[in-house]
Design a binder for this molecule. Sequence first.
Ligand SMILES: Cc1ncc(COP(=O)(O)O)c(C=O)c1O
Length: 378
Amino acid sequence: MEDKLLLIPGPTNLSPRVREVMARPQLPHVGSEFYSMFKETVGLARYVFKNAKGVQYVFTGSGTIGMESSVVSLVSHGDRTLTLMNGYFGHRMLMLNQVHGAKAGSLEFEGGRAADPDSLRKELRKNSHSVVFITHVDTSSSVMNPVAELVDECNRAGVLSVVDSVCAIGGVPLDFDKLGADIVFTASQKALAGAPGAVLIAVSQRAIDHMEKRKAPIESYYMNLLRWKPIMEDPRMYLATPATQVITALREAMLELKEEGIENRWARHKKLGELTRSRVEGWGQRFVAEDRHRADTVTSFWVAKENAGEVQGTLEREHGIMIARGLYDDKDKMLRVGHFGILSVDQLRGALDSLGEVMKQLGTVPGDVHVSSASMKR
Ligand SMILES: Cc1ncc(COP(=O)(O)O)c(C=O)c1O
């Protein structure tokens, strides 16, 4: 199979080192080799999250397991919760709250707008909520929310906060201890540049206390964060068979990240984001996300003539580069370029040259700005 350059917003390209460890003989999940490797992985996750104070989890499952284990572990039936939505993944979080019996409210920010701390403050003054759910970067719209300010509002109001940082951690500055959120999670296949299949979750002591004190039991076996806690401390205990190749790949990817240095990694992603935005501006395309809230990990823009599919197909066929389209109703009107992981600025520059050429060749012109994104509601 020929190598393609993945510029989709996950999964991302794997380094030769990560690919090599995945091809090694099967490593059993019992035995000292895996135990020490797993402990090291949890330690590396602490480094990536800057989590010295909270509990750190790594286990098998995709990012959605991070979303659902946060909801099911913190929320009891009938609790009032609030989800801030500016894209498809915010809406998924709202749905998960509904599925698990919350009186789930939402503040919706449409048309590429970021969640606004003033609106959150007003809502928290008006109504009481037990948990607020925030998406750091919504991958569908590429809006980056002002997470620190939003979490501050939650803390001032004495409300727990959960941050879905699946499309941010590793590519965007985040310091779990300083942020003061109660849960922050990500998945292995995005800016950390691991293979898909592992979820990484940082949890505050306050959230653990909340789970321990709740009256109703946590209504899940696998997604119960209290059940996983002792395993993180002592991986010799068995709960469920980990995807050992995925965990080994994640460890290798995080070792590479640590060698680069987390701050250098953020700085490289800033350059990747700036380069992409300057090209999109140069092409005259219209961004989906509002100014000042465009992520350094993914960039979305509207295309006219509904030819997103044609651009995507031609770029893959003729240049071996994969980008993404919008989700559901936006699939013909929107293109999304993922720029994270091990991608270098030069690699991205070359790929954007090719994308520019393809759009020119196909006569792609700037698309209308779609104020309301119907694809959010799936
Ligand atoms: C912001 C965000 N949250 C959650 C998810 C869900 O992750 P997964 O597809 O790994 O279940 C994604 C996936 O792209 C995402 O981008």
